[in-house]
Ligand binder design. Sequence first.
Ligand code: COS
Length: 382
Amino acid sequence: MALDLETRTQLLDTVRRFVTERLRPIEAEVSENNEVPAAIVEEMKALGLFGLTIPEAYGGLGLTMEEECLVALEIGKASPAFRSAFGTNVGIGSQGVVMFGTDAQKARYLPGIASGEIITSFALTEPEAGSDSAAVQTRARRDGDVYVLDGAKRYITNAGKASLFTVMARTDPDKKGGSGVSAFLVPRDLPGLSVGKSERKMGQQGAHIHDVIFEGVRVPVENRLGAEGEGFRVAMQVLDRGRLHIAAVCCGVAERLLADTVAYASERRQFGQAIASFQMIQAMIADSKTELLAARALVMESARKRDAGDNVTLEASASKLYASEMVGRVADRAVQIFGGAGYVADYGIERLYRDVRIFRIYEGTSQIQQLVIARETLKRGG
Ligand code: COS
């Protein structure tokens, strides 16, 4: 159920204050150290950020998609690395359990996910199954009361800290594509599960991705999420939601970049006047503002549609495509308006420019979003 207006306003004010007072001042330090301080993670837990989307019955805030997007937008105004600390618990790491879990699975895992005691990861991608995610090769062989998992997952966010993985693995090798894939809840401490090193990345330092390796990992049958063969559909529905969330974060980053750009252009003087008074600068600001408004409207409208119970596969992909491309353009214009200062690390603009690049890739590349949008549009007849 949606929050009443007063509670929603209070929640957004609290998040805004947290972003301004606690996160923004340490962004450069987090990037430098490649780590979000443990004390900040504890503050996130106390604020309830890990449980934003977990139903109230299991200790979360039970936000609607629209409310989740509003919070994601505010969080996006600080370095996106912060969001990653709790992002998997709010989204791809928990929503499989929320949408497809049995009562026993929900009771066992959701309270710990909501409090942040359990950190979650979503393990779909593999070395040979990136955009073609139905080509999962990790095997899950039934052996009595357990499934035995063998294989490797790649670029898995939060795997280093995760204590619970949602793993997509092939239960039927004779079926090619998604229909032979099942989803499993795999606790970190099962023998045979290991996590690789944290990969060095272009941006979002402080957020970590790793390989996850399964060697004969014996997963109890009761940890299967959904029916056998349903795992690909679980993954796709989780991603429908995740893509809206990421699109909202893109809008938040763009709002912040635009505010920083306007402040700089109003102060920076050349040819005897503030550069904001030049029409060529204004044209860039106008384009960024217009595209941001369009993205925000698309994301929020799509979120409300999902809350109303509509299928938003198309809208989620359209939101992710447009918002992630939009923030790339806004970041590029920000660097241009800052000029030399935009290229120098101290101003933080080059860091955000690098940070936003991944939005066009993870949770489905722009090209995959185009493919989904086209297929759905053809299916819907326009
Ligand atoms: N919701 C529910 N079911 C869905 C779905 C969705 N959003 N998308 C696909 N499915 C179902 C289809 O209905 C189909 O079911 P049937 O076999 O019963 O007809 C099945 O899943 C297979 O779907 P499809 O035929 O579309 O599979 P393809 O392999 O052709 O395409 C894409 C799937 C490319 C869309 C998918 O692999 C994808 O999204 N790739 C990107 C993966 C990604 O985002 N990775 C990021 C890693 S996670 S951070």
